[in-house]
Design a protein around this ligand. Structure first.
Ligand code: HEM
Length: 392
């Protein structure tokens, strides 16, 4: 995409580093913005985003409804809408309910403690690769009942390609490799399910396969989507949350006093999923703008989460904020299935890290993934211990 739109160039490196001023301008100046280069409407007000999320019959995730084919590796519970999606979504909810989240939380605590022990002897780490990713990958692997993949070069490359392709609407060049990566991971999941797993969510799926009437491809893709969303998104969230908290160290006592409220506010303030996309299945009016059947709609959750019409003092981190009707986990038929797991991971990992290393601080340049859809850091260099005492 060239950078021609006056208001919104999501892949501009400066916007990737800090998109919030742009979101604010969009919300104030043109909240139902036609982006001619993207060929899409951009929604930034909380009320409009919520309306779109809650109405999949009109704002569909299933683009086939307007004649746009969905490539095979993308067909999953994320790209079907009710009623087609409903039995699969219920199946996924049943699979989650079959798991003991109390045990998952205790194991997450042990995993965090182990990882912190491993890094404790070092002066500095990259929080993303040395803690957040192994922590969330270990947690989701246990939940799904699949071994964590070998993080070899091929895995890293496929993973990277899949992430880039989340911005395929902005950068069509990324699409093909992203589809191949999805297929690769779905095949991996398919082989795992065929082996008759007994543990975790994959055990539930293998045992109860006959209760849902979907093709193996749709089922494999859905489990792959769950598994993949289950480590990358919370890892990015932990990084965003950590940098946000380290910017406001005076708020840490408040965070420790009510971690759950704090995590909720961190999802609102610095959640990783910035946009989700839908397509209009019929003509619809928002404000005085006429959206036509077939038009793409970009729902900017991260802009909605700072809408002053919905939140007092929205640009401020208020760790005690309640109620907190943020859209960081989406809403409606596609809302986040892993929100309980994500909340557990954050309330375990962040206090464990910050209590273990009270002098922890950013120590170097932050690096961002070049993603507009899923915002987060590729590197967060942190020093773990206090300043070394001056040598006399
Ligand atoms: C802080 C961490 C997380 C955030 C902010 C987050 C956010 C979101 C959002 C905004 C959506 C809605 C997408 C849409 O409307 O198109 C979503 C969907 C989803 N999330 Fe999460 N997520 C997180 C962690 C997780 C975890 C840990 C899992 C799995 C254990 C997970 C699994 C899913 C799945 C499977 C969907 C698709 C649901 C559907 O389309 O029916 N997420 N997530």
């Amino acid at each position: 995409m060239s950078n021609q739109d006056e208001l919104f160039n999501p892949l501009d490196p400066e916007v990737i580093r800090d998109p919030y001023p742009v979101y604010r301008r969009l919300r104030e100046e043109d909240p139902v913005h036609w982006h001619s280069e993207l060929g899409a409407w951009v929604l930034t007000r909380h009320a409009d985003c919520l309306q779109a999320l809650k109405n999949p019959a009109v704002f569909a995730a299933d683009f086939r409804k307007v004649g746009i084919p969905t490539p095979g590796p993308l067909l999953s519970l994320q790209t079907l809408d009710p009623p087609d999606q409903t039995p699969l979504r219920h199946f996924a909810i049943d699979a989650l309910r079959s798991q003991d989240l109390g045990t998952l939380e205790r194991n997450a605590e042990e995993r965090a403690a182990r990882l912190l022990d491993e890094i404790a002897g070092r002066d500095s780490i990259n929080f993303v690769t040395d803690f957040a990713t192994p922590f969330t990958l270990g947690t989701i692997s246990q939940l799904v009942g699949m071994p964590p993949p070998e993080a070899d070069e091929e895995w890293r490359q496929r993973n990277d390609e899949l992430h880039r392709s989340m911005d395929a609407g902005l950068d069509p060049n990324s699409e093909e490799a992203g589809l191949a990566a999805r297929q690769h991971f779905s095949d991996f999941v398919g082989r795992w399910l065929a082996g008759g797993p007994t543990e975790g969510i994959s055990g539930f799926v293998a045992t109860n396969r006959s209760k849902v009437d979907y093709t193996d491809a749709v089922l494999n893709n859905s489990l792959r989507a769950f598994w993949h969303a289950g480590f990358e998104v919370p890892a990015r969230f932990l990084g965003n949350a950590l940098t946000t908290l380290l910017n406001r160290p005076e708020l840490l006592p408040q965070f420790f006093a009510d971690v759950d409220a704090g995590v909720e506010e961190l999802v609102r303030f610095s959640g990783p999923v910035h946009v989700v996309s839908r397509v209009c299945t019929e003509d619809v009016t928002i404000d005085d703008r006429r959206l036509r059947r077939g038009d793409m709609v970009i729902i900017v959750l991260a802009a909605a989460n700072r809408d002053p019409a919905r939140f007092d003092d929205p640009e401020n981190l208020v760790l005690t904020r309640s109620p907190n009707p943020h859209l960081g986990f989406g809403r409606g038929a596609h809302s986040c299935l892993g929100n309980a797991v994500a909340r557990i991971e954050a309330r375990v990992a962040l206090p464990a890290l910050l209590r273990r290393f009270p002098d922890l601080r950013i120590d170097g340049e932050l690096a961002w993934w070049e993603n507009a859809t899923l915002r987060g850091h590729s590197a967060i260099p942190v020093a773990l211990h206090g300043e070394p005492a001056a040598v006399r």
